[in-house]
Write a protein of this length. Structure first.
Length: 495
């Protein structure tokens, strides 16, 4: 197959395009800047919800996880509205003794800013990995190895950006200057767009094709429309455009016998030249089949992301009830995720430069181990991380009841965060690369976006889990509100 790509405004052969790591430099910069602002606010928002917006513990946790779920499913406007509301005391709820004081127009402004953040960040996260991946030709062995390295380097840049966010931006935000945190994130978003524009002459962009959503919809509609028709005995009789007639960036996918009901979308009632929209190509049907096969992989990681959601919300709240003193420095609770980020910053280069070449000699796989093996390691470690988190909470509460004036050190949380950092290193890139490599050429942006589908469901499931636990336990607690309620974690049963 002869693939063409767009270099600037010119259509050129893939083998003569620029691309490579030169173009990916701009992708790495955008990824770091995006996560610098996003992760910083993601980690500190639960404290902002409790301290400034005066939401109780379960409401603050659920608000953040619902926001994160929406994010993975226009960033500048969102950060801008957040900065304005954080800067103006008139846009804060009035002090009150209720557990939830957010009402009226303040509530509307608050949730609009979160919605805009979710919309903007979700779009960037879905498009960036594919933009970088398209700079490499998977059919070239040398570039296939470079592609494996690209995803590891992308995660490293994401980690570096997040580390700057959870230290610098979180420190600025929690010093009673929340609006400065939003403002810095807004500036980072502007700079990110600058990198996108500067890198345009270096990018190799695939020629535009039909929308993946349109192609999928056509298959479903035609399969339903043709449900009364009988499938041909020979799959070769299904409609397919001859190779000479296909467009330059189209690829042929061999027929499979799974989900045969979808094959009815490729039944042509006309001998030749069927009217547009009356039949789908066999390749188009196979694309939908591949998408369906991906769903169990997505589903297998939902609970892992529910664990992540619990860590990103309740662990920050835990930190507020622990000893945060490090020498003469008072460490903000939202900065404790620096622990896994440090782990990842060290381990990712070791994994890429040492483990992958070593494993490649044994397995002869370009990535050292398969992507699903990488995901499997992450799933096992996520269960271990939550077990450790439970023991740490038991220790924290035991110490509180023993001597409230000597709380447990904040750095006990680094154990659960550290393990989950390793989980992220294995699972996130494992999924991202798996979806990218398995996706048909014209649907890679959609397939890489599936990496965010699992966190989305995981975060929403976390919100449901909190509500279900409270509903199931409210009759068994003295408060009659469940295990997780109010503003004081010491009265709760988080463990």
């Amino acid at each position: 197959m002869y693939i063409l790509c767009m270099q600037g405004e010119t259509l050129i052969p893939w083998s003569k395009r620029k691309g490579g790591f030169t173009a990916c430099t701009f992708v790495f910069a955008m990824a770091a800047l995006e996560n610098m602002g996003f992760v910083a606010n993601m980690m500190s928002l639960v404290q902002y919800f409790s301290a400034v917006m005066i939401l109780d513990i379960p409401t603050a946790a659920n608000t953040l996880t619902n926001f994160m779920g929406s994010t993975f499913l226009p960033t500048l406007i969102g950060f801008g509205i957040g900065a304005i509301q954080a800067a103006s005391k008139h846009l804060h709820p009035q002090p009150c003794h209720e557990s939830n004081c957010l009402k009226g127009g303040i509530t509307f402004m608050f949730y609009i800013s979160l919605c805009m953040l979710a919309l903007g960040s979700g779009g960037v996260r879905g498009a960036l990995p594919e933009l970088g991946g398209d700079q490499f030709d998977q059919k070239d062995l040398k570039e296939a190895k470079a592609l494996a390295s690209y995803f590891n380097r992308l995660l490293l840049c994401i980690t570096i950006g997040a580390a700057i966010g959870v230290t610098g931006i979180v420190w600025v935000s929690t010093k009673n200057n929340w609006y400065w945190g939003f403002f810095i994130s807004n500036v980072a978003a502007f700079v990110r767009f600058g990198f996108l524009a500067i890198g345009k002459p270096f990018y190799c962009l695939r020629t535009l094709g039909e929308s993946p959503i349109v192609r999928i919809t056509q298959v479903i509609v035609m399969a339903i429309k043709n449900q009364k028709l009988s499938l041909p005995e020979n799959p070769g009789d299904l409609y397919e455009i001859n190779d000479k007639e296909t467009i330059s960036n189209e690829e042929h996918i061999a027929h499979t016998n799974q989900f045969r009901f979808l094959d009815k979308a490729a039944i042509s009632c006309e001998v030749s030249n069927p009217a547009p929209g009356t039949v789908c190509m066999g390749t188009q049907v196979e694309e939908v089949k591949i998408l369906i096969r991906m769903m169990p992989i997505v589903g297998s990681t939902i609970l892992m992301n529910t664990c992540l959601a619990q860590l990103q919300t309740f662990s920050v709240i835990q930190g507020n009830f622990m000893d945060r003193q490090l020498g003469s420095i008072m460490v903000p609770a939202p900065s404790i995720p620096i622990t896994p980020l440090v782990f990842m910053s060290i381990l990712i280069p070791i994994y890429d430069l040492v483990f992958v070449p070593f494993a490649r000699k044994i397995t002869h796989h370009p990535s050292g181990i398969t992507q699903l093996q990488r995901v499997g390691v992450g799933l096992v470690l996520s269960a271990i991380s939550m077990t450790v988190a439970g023991f740490v909470e038991v220790k924290r509460k035991t110490q509180f009841h023993k001597d409230p004036l000597k709380p447990t050190s904040l750095f006990w949380l680094s154990f659960q965060y550290g393990i989950f950092g390793i989980v992220d290193m294995f699972t996130f890139i494992g999924l991202l690369k798996f979806f990218y490599k398995e996706a048909p050429a014209g649907m890679r942006s959609l397939f890489t976006s599936l990496t965010g589908l699992s966190p989305s469901f995981g975060y929403f499931l976390s919100s449901v889990l909190v509500d279900v636990v409270n509903a199931a336990t409210k009759r068994k607690t003295k408060s009659k509100q469940g295990w997780i309620y109010g503003l004081n974690l010491n009265d709760n049963n988080l463990e």
